[in-house]
Design a protein around this ligand. Structure first.
Ligand SMILES: NC(=O)c1ccc[n+]([C@@H]2O[C@H](COP(=O)([O-])OP(=O)(O)OC[C@H]3O[C@@H](n4cnc5c(N)ncnc54)[C@H](O)[C@@H]3O)[C@@H](O)[C@H]2O)c1
Length: 244
């Protein structure tokens, strides 16, 4: 049985992760930590020194340093799903990864990672075409375009580095051939839809990903944990998981 510690156990993702692990054969949650011990969890990871195989983190970037210290001191692999780390915190993660295996991805969805991989391949092989990205999210989202839309645009640019983004098309200017247009729609309760369109005068390829439930990130964290166990020290990401 794989024994998991959840950092950020009282949060929205921490709770979803606990539910997903509950339904996962061969995996169990043995402890959780949360800010000020909210939800009855430990207030600091160090308070738990019982049996464990891995830490999965959905907390806050300001907890990066103590969390990595805990994982290194216990020799525990870490799946870091928390986002927003400063450059110094990212360096701390990289340093920790010299002695333990660490998985870090700003988007834990395996489906999004696969979508990006396909997008990269089409961008490399489909030649001269107009590339447009459409992202649709619920009406509570404050940032636009979404981080995932940028990630997909970055995947295009890995194959076509000469392209640039146009995130705010309006007015009288024509579309430039070297732009990736990115459009954001905000409506209702949509979890997250991304479409990447490659169009010529004669045909269009559309690659689409729809998120139905935020639990997709917890599913990805569980897949990352399974991937990471038994790996040597190092910093891993979704590309490594897909290549495994
Ligand atoms: N990588 C991904 O795919 C992905 C997906 C979803 C969320 N996230 C990230 O996961 C994190 C958590 O998201 P959420 O929606 O569950 O947030 P949340 O606010 O609902 O929960 C945060 C959790 O972290 C704990 N916490 C907050 N501040 C802390 C601190 N200073 N030290 C220790 N613990 C602290 C809280 O007690 C809580 O348990 C965020 O960084 C979010 O961006 C990443």
């Amino acid at each position: 049985m794989i024994k998991v510690i959840i950092n950020g156990a009282s949060g929205a993702m921490g709770k979803l992760l606990a539910q997903v692990i509950d339904r996962t054969d061969g995996m169990e949650v043995v402890a959780g930590a949360a800010l000020n011990g909210e939800g009855g969890f430990y207030s600091r990871l160090e308070e738990y020194q019982g049996p464990a195989d891995i830490v999965i983190d959905f907390s806050h970037h300001s907890d990066t340093v103590p969390m990595m210290d805990y994982c290194v001191s216990r020799g525990l692999p870490a799946v870091v799903c928390t986002t927003g780390q400063t450059d110094e915190e990212m360096e701390y993660i990289a340093k920790a990864a010299e002695s333990i295996p660490v998985f870090k991805s700003a988007n834990m969805s395996v489906g999004v990672a696969l979508t990006a991989k396909i997008v990269r391949e089409v961008a490399a092989k489909f030649g001269a075409c107009d590339i447009e990205i459409l992202e649709i999210h619920h009406n509570r989202k404050v940032d636009a375009p979404s981080g995932t839309a940028i990630m997909l645009a970055d995947a295009v640019r890995e194959a076509r580095p000469e392209l640039h983004y146009n995130t705010g098309r309006s007015g009288m200017a024509k579309r430039e051939p070297d732009e990736i247009g990115i459009s954001a729609v905000r409506m209702g309760n949509i979890v997250g839809t991304h479409e990447v369109m490659f169009g010529t005068n004669t045909q269009t390829i559309t690659i689409s990903h729809q998120a139905h439930d935020r639990a997709l990130f917890a599913d990805g964290a569980v897949a990352a944990a399974r991937f990471l166990l038994g790996k040597p020290a190092g910093l891993y990401n979704m590309d490594d998981l897909l290549a495994d």
